[in-house]
Design a protein around this ligand. Structure first.
Ligand code: NAD
Length: 255
């Protein structure tokens, strides 16, 4: 049993109960972490506020990560209210629908920019805002996917963004290591969430993982949550800059 009582985490990326961020929040909550959950916009506010009632002592904050002013306001409030932060979970990804449907060759400059701004740059912006609050060191965790290194049909610009995200994890880990802040990515297998449903052929991805992964099944949100809890804890104190696969072993197979 991992005990993280007295630690505070901020979790980005809770849209609904299927969100990977929600499973991570639940695991952190079970370990005694005080949770600060953010939701993207007014539209998601009611659901987020309703969901966090399940998490003892949790608070909800609004933050669109494409907006620097919202990030500044959020972290100023957190500093005033909590002073210190131990864990940051970045479970955010977005690409305009056309970019996940049309041939990769047709990716527009604007769709490329948006995908990278929201899915990659936001990790840099949030880490920069959180680091001064991680006065006893910390753990920053983001979510990636196998499409960063292999071509996955329809994943398109998100694959390129995830490659950039994984490189960003390494550069941030090098910058923040001297402050005892670790930065890691979890590469999850496909899971039917809101974001995943935007990718054409999700059904095929799920089927292929079930058939070809050594464990012969798809991964569950709770398994990703468990790995995030491990990475957030002192059990992972020697791990930084890494990509940990939680995909039932799919990535090791040749075919
Ligand atoms: P999800 O739709 O539940 O979560 C995506 C989150 O991103 C949502 O909460 C959404 O509000 C948030 N978001 C998007 N734009 C934002 C913005 N501008 N500001 C603030 N928040 C914003 O889907 P998910 O599958 O839980 O996705 C979480 C992460 O996991 C993503 O990075 C995704 O790429 C990654 N991932 C998902 C899978 C999968 O198959 N579901 C596999 C591997 C990695």
């Amino acid at each position: 049993m991992i005990d993280l009582k007295g630690r505070t985490a901020i979790v980005f990326g809770v849209a609904n109960k299927r969100s990977i961020a929600w499973a991570i929040a639940q695991k952190l909550n079970e370990a005694g972490v005080r949770l600060l959950i953010t939701y993207q916009n007014e539209r998601l506010k009611l659901e987020a506020e309703d969901m966090i009632k399940e998490l003892a002592g949790a608070e909800a904050y609004q933050c669109d990560v494409s907006n620097d002013a919202e990030i500044d306001t959020l972290f100023t409030r957190l500093k005033e209210k909590h002073g210190k932060l131990d864990i940051l979970v970045h479970s955010i990804g977005f690409a305009p629908p056309d970019a996940l449907k049309n041939p990769f060759l047709d990716t527009s400059r604007e769709d490329f920019r948006i995908a990278h701004d929201i899915s990659v740059y936001s990790l840099i912006a949030l880490s920069r805002a959180a680091a001064p609050l991680m006065t006893d060191g910390g753990s920053i965790i983001t979510l990636t996917y196998y499409g960063s290194t292999k071509v996955v049909p329809n994943y398109n610009v998100m694959g390129v963004a995830k490659a950039a995200l994984e490189a960003t994890v390494r550069y941030l880990a090098a910058d923040l290591g001297p402050k005892k802040i670790r930065v890691n990515a979890i590469s999850a297998g496909p899971i039917k969430t809101l974001a995943a449903r935007a990718i054409g052929g999700l059904g095929l991805m799920l089927k292929s993982h079930e058939e070809r992964s050594p464990l012969q099944r798809n991964v569950q949100q709770a398994e990703v949550g468990g790995t995030a809890l491990f990475l957030a804890s002192d059990l992972a104190s020697g791990i930084t800059g890494e990509v940990t696969y939680v995909d039932c072993g799919y990535n090791i197979m040749g075919f």
